[in-house]
Design a protein around this ligand. Structure first.
Ligand SMILES: C[C@@H]1N[C@@H](c2cn(-c3ccccc3)nn2)[C@H](O)[C@@H]1O
Length: 446
């Protein structure tokens, strides 16, 4: 039984407007984490911090004042937004999510509301503006990442216990509103905001304020896309309100993890944000543990798109403004695969075919094409396909070699085997199924 909520979800089901359809069609995105934390790169006084590099300010070995003095060393002389955008374009990303301000409070744009910005660093210039321009020039949309939690701002509180907390945090709320309206005004082509740092009690208690701020931002920028992590309802419920309805326009809960099956996404739009190492977002000089390969990342991409999500891969640029070699190499490998197979990813959605071990089905929005993205060829060389009810396969062919066609062998009700011809490649590949509908009478009908 639903309870009445003032500050819960204001929309049931998916957004059906053109701006959200554009976001839904992206498939592949890039995340960029860049800021003062990139300078130490996960090391301090010769010691390696074993947490996420962008959290080094919280390490007991680091004095916050010493960390904040990094502003006087921020001078990325090799920063060239066009080269980052070119790498992203070559990789085949359709959107980029860029940190404007991470938890440390350092602003990559010359905000009027604090001195803790690029304007007061040796670099002096705005970073966000040139980045937005360069990516838009490549036809890549921009989403602005913004952390509500701001360790540098003295008015930030983890919880509101006293009247003084409340007075300070009210100042903080105005500061936050000012910065968000400033970002939307300075960068009008930004398609959305990706909020983070919203889990502490202080912010969770601001249901009414956050709700009215979200409304204000949507009015200022119609079509703006905001995820489920921004605000809580008046009972402190986050991502899904007290009636189980999704807050915001898409589910923002898949951080370094991917849903297993379609039921896990509850019919919502969602994105998965993923690191290349186990858990490093900002630049870390030493990458330890498992570094994901291009094939692993391609499988994550296909899995996300097959379950109605976008896959957003993180890059942590170096303090001098260049991208590390490993990231450039992965971007190129992914881009080489996307050059051949991008139509299986862009405008991809859940196909409704039974999941098979060999890989993922992705339906192309608005066409009769369903793509089989194949990672694990069975030793039999037979790819099992069970179609949704009333769906028949009219054609099947290799996306990488259109003359390579297949004749599915019917082995049961709506079930087929696709016989792979020769020894298959050691790379993921795609078979295109052109489908039709049966069960619709084409006669006069009686
Ligand atoms: C997108 C990613 N989100 C930030 C994050 C948040 N958290 C976190 C850690 C403990 C509790 C709740 C959230 N860990 N990392 C990371 O720093 C990065 O920005």
């Amino acid at each position: 039984k639903e309870i009445s909520l003032q500050h819960g979800a204001h929309r049931l089901g998916r957004r059906n407007d053109a701006d959200m359809a554009r976001w839904r069609a992206y498939g592949l995105g890039q995340f960029i984490h860049w800021g003062l934390y990139s300078i130490p790169g996960g090391e301090w006084n010769g010691k390696i911090y074993n947490g996420a590099a962008e959290w080094i300010r919280t390490w007991k070995e680091v004095s916050p004042q010493a960390y904040d003095s990094l502003i006087y060393r921020f001078n990325p002389i090799k920063f060239n937004p066009d080269s980052w955008a070119a790498v992203a374009g070559r990789m085949g990303v359709k959107y980029v999510t860029i940190t404007t301000k991470h938890h440390d409070g350092f602003c990559l744009w010359p905000s009027k509301y604090t001195n803790f910005t690029v304007a007061h660093s040796p670099y002096k210039k705005d970073i966000i503006g040139p980045l937005v321009k360069a990516y838009n020039k490549q036809g890549i949309d921009v989403i602005l990442y913004f952390s509500i939690m701001d360790w540098h701002n003295p008015d930030w509180r983890y919880d509101i216990k006293t009247r003084d907390d409340s007075i300070a945090f009210n100042r903080f709320k105005q500061f936050t509103r000012n910065q968000l309206l400033e970002l939307l005004t300075r960068y009008p082509t930004a398609k959305g905001l990706w909020f983070d740092g919203t889990w502490d009690n202080s912010w969770v208690k601001q249901a009414a304020f956050a709700d009215s701020l979200e409304t204000e931002m949507r009015k200022l920028r119609p079509g703006l896309i905001i995820g489920s992590r921004f605000r809580a309802d008046e009972y402190g419920k986050r991502h899904f309100d007290s009636n189980g309805n999704l807050m915001g326009d898409y589910e923002q809960g898949w951080e370094r993890k991917i849903p297993e099956k379609i039921e896990d996404v509850h019919g919502n739009d969602w994105d998965c944000v993923m690191t290349i190492p186990e858990n490093q977002w900002g630049y870390a000089k030493t990458w330890s543990g498992h570094i994901k390969t291009a094939d692993e990342l391609l499988e994550m991409l296909a899995k996300c798109v097959s379950l109605d999500g976008n896959f957003v891969l993180n890059f942590g640029p170096k303090p001098d403004g260049t991208l590390r070699t490993e990231e450039q190499t992965l971007a190129k490998a992914i881009g080489d695969w996307m050059t051949v197979n991008k139509e299986a990813i862009y405008n991809g959605e859940y196909a409704g075919f039974a999941k098979q071990d060999w890989g993922y089905f992705i339906k192309n929005t608005g066409t009769n094409k369903t793509y089989m993205v194949i990672f694990n060829v069975p030793v039999s060389g037979l790819l099992r396909v069970t179609t949704p009810l009333h769906t028949v396969i009219n054609k099947a062919y290799d996306l990488g070699n259109l003359t390579q066609t297949y004749t599915p062998e019917e082995i049961g009700t709506s079930t087929y085997f696709i016989h792979l011809h020769q020894q298959t490649p050691k790379k993921p590949f795609v078979i295109v199924l052109e489908t039709g509908e049966t069960g619709k009478s084409h006669g006069t009908g009686y």
